[in-house]
Design a protein around this ligand. Structure first.
Ligand SMILES: O=C(O)CCC(=O)C(=O)O
Ligand SMILES: [Fe+2]
Length: 311
């Protein structure tokens, strides 16, 4: 029998979530309203929180210089053992990475009334802004706001991208596509197949960019920035600011990813694990709720085999 009390609580939760979503103010808007405690629907179950408090491993993820002569081996080993690595000397100017992250910051820090115009869950037009894509299906919400931008195979019409980030997104798109082609080539060589294998499969055409804004959380020990997950696509290229908070699963523990200025974080997605016959690993990762005043900013580009769709 359904417990009427639980049932009632469920009902209230659904109502609170809907009211929050309808307000279109995002997590940033909650903070700006001066709250000192987070709404109940952001509080995660004790088992999740206990795992977030578990001890960190002292291992560090590989940092790979893309100009190294042993690059194929280094990337193969990292993709096999960690599923994650950081790259430096990748050819994308630091100033462009900085500009892209600043543009995401500027969008999130627009006047609420202006930003609200973009708040939507239906991705048909190629650009969305919302708090948690899975807000209505997850057990607990996460402390972050997200923009999603379809970059390919049919890119969003540039005028749909808010002006504060338009030119930066267009510029970084070309650079990330080139880098993706290079990385897929190296990963294919690491498997002993032709460097063109993944590019022929059109793994670089379906691209979706997500820009995350993780504002300060007044009760960071009760919620998360992004819950543990693997990325479903082929490969992810991620840029982040200096705040940190990304962790990856390694063995039985979790490893902190320490931001490297000018570096990029690369990870294997579920499709690449399958395409590589489990040689390369798609590894769980998560982000802590941000306990610093400075927001955590990140932008991930997901490379997918098929049309990237935003849902
Ligand atoms: O913000 C981050 O560092 C992680 C983002 C992420 O894992 C994702 O969007 O899939
Ligand atoms: Fe991810």
């Amino acid at each position: 029998m359904v417990n009427p009390i639980d049932n009632n609580q469920e009902y209230d939760r659904a109502k609170e979530v809907k009211e929050f979503d309808d307000s279109k103010i995002g997590v940033k808007g909650l903070i700006d309203s001066g709250i000192n405690s987070i709404p109940k629907f952001f509080i995660h179950p004790p088992e999740t929180l206990a795992d977030f408090k578990s001890n960190l491993s002292t291992v560090t993820i590989p940092v790979i210089d893309l100009s190294s002569p042993t690059i194929v081996d280094e990337i193969r080993t990292a993709a096999k053992t960690f599923g994650f690595f950081q790259i430096i000397n990748h050819g994308i100017e630091i100033s462009l990475l900085d500009k892209t992250l600043s543009a995401i910051k500027s969008f999130n820090e627009l006047e609420t009334e202006e930003k609200k115009k973009y708040y939507r869950r239906d991705g048909g037009n190629g650009f969305t802004f919302s708090t948690n894509v899975d807000l209505f299906v997850s057990k607990a919400a996460s402390w972050r706001d997200t923009v999603q931008i379809r970059l390919g195979p049919v890119p969003v019409e540039p005028e749909r991208i808010p002006e504060v980030m338009r030119s930066e997104v267009v510029e970084i798109n070309g650079e990330i596509k080139r880098l993706g082609e290079k990385l897929m080539g190296l990963l294919a060589e690491g498997l002993g197949v032709g460097a063109e294998r993944f590019n022929e499969m059109s793994c670089v055409e379906g691209r979706l960019m997500v820009g995350h804004y993780y504002p300060y959380c007044p009760q960071a020990d009760l919620t998360v920035g992004i819950n543990s997950h693997t990325d479903p696509g082929v490969l992810t290229v991620l840029m982040e600011n200096e705040v940190g908070g990304l962790q990856i699963k390694h063995g039985d523990g979790w490893v902190d990813v320490k931001p490297i200025r000018g570096g990029l974080v690369i990870n294997v997605g579920d499709i690449l694990q399958i395409l590589s016959n489990d040689e390369y690993k798609s590894v769980e990762h998560r982000v802590l709720a941000n306990s610093y005043q400075e927001p955590r900013l990140s932008a991930a580009v997901f490379f997918n085999v098929e049309c990237a769709s935003i849902t």
